[in-house]
Design a protein around this ligand. Structure first.
Ligand code: DX5
Ligand code: ZN
Length: 228
């Protein structure tokens, strides 16, 4: 079985102390730092661009940055995000018309390429692009905001994506799940085939009165995911 990786999503961090929050979760055992880039078009929210990714790169030290692009025409910004320090760059199937070209370009730039599916997009959309990928990201909420409830129906898609990767001889590749993941459902997500768990609220808390305790929260999530 692949090692389970916990990727705290900085969307739920305290943005006034972002570097400090990132240093804290890295010290607390985060395997990757998940950065949600939103453009106010592909999703209703607006977040950060390459400048902030670069600052996070410094704060994260040797912990890789997992940059999740929820933007239209992501191909326009691939160089900027890789230069800023993205180790993994994930684009949405729904946002890139020439997906094959986009994914090929990410790898040419030296980053690992991921493709993400919204909850309503069938897993079949991965089929033609699977050989070009390093990672698949299955959304288990509608992208745009942290702290939303997990959509149970998406678990089936995680199983389907795992099956697809295995039949294509890609069993060692990462299968990431993003949205509403916490200790209550982490085990089911892993049993469905995921090995990278994004967690915003479950690691950074649900607001100003619920900050800190990063090491405990990451440990609880990892223990649940590993069935301990
Ligand atoms: C949602 C983002 C997620 C989000 C996850 O659009 O892609 O990464 O921050 O946050 P939680 O874990 O709180 O659902
Ligand atoms: Zn995300």
């Amino acid at each position: 079985m692949q090692r389970i990786k916990i990727a705290p999503s900085v969307l739920s961090a305290d943005f006034g102390r972002l570097a400090e929050e990132v240093r804290s979760v890295c010290a607390a055992g985060a395997d990757e730092i998940h950065v949600d880039v939103m453009d106010g078009r592909f999703v209703p929210n607006i977040t950060v661009g390459p400048l902030v990714v670069r600052a996070l790169r410094e704060a994260a030290g040797d912990v890789p940055l997992d940059v999740h692009l929820m933007i239209e025409e992501p191909e326009r910004y691939l160089e900027a995000f890789v230069e800023a320090g993205a180790a993994v760059l994930t684009v949405h199937v729904e946002a890139s018309v020439h997906l094959h070209r986009t994914v090929t370009r990410i790898r040419e730039l030296g980053a690992r390429a991921g493709v993400s599916l919204n909850p309503s997009t069938p897993t079949l959309a991965l089929e033609p692009i699977a050989p070009e990928l390093d990672r698949v990201l299955v959304m288990t909420v509608n992208p745009g905001f942290g702290g939303q409830p997990f959509i149970e129906a998406c678990l089936r898609k995680v199983q389907q994506a795992r099956g697809l990767l295995e039949t294509r001889g890609r069993a060692g590749w990462d299968l990431e799940v993003d949205g509403g993941v916490g200790p209550d459902n982490a085990r089911r997500v892993v049993e469905a085939g995921a090995n990278v768990l994004v967690a915003g609220a479950a690691v950074f808390g649900r607001g100003p009165d619920d900050r800190g305790r990063h090491a405990d929260r990451i440990a609880a999530l990892r223990a649940a995911a590993e069935g301990r």
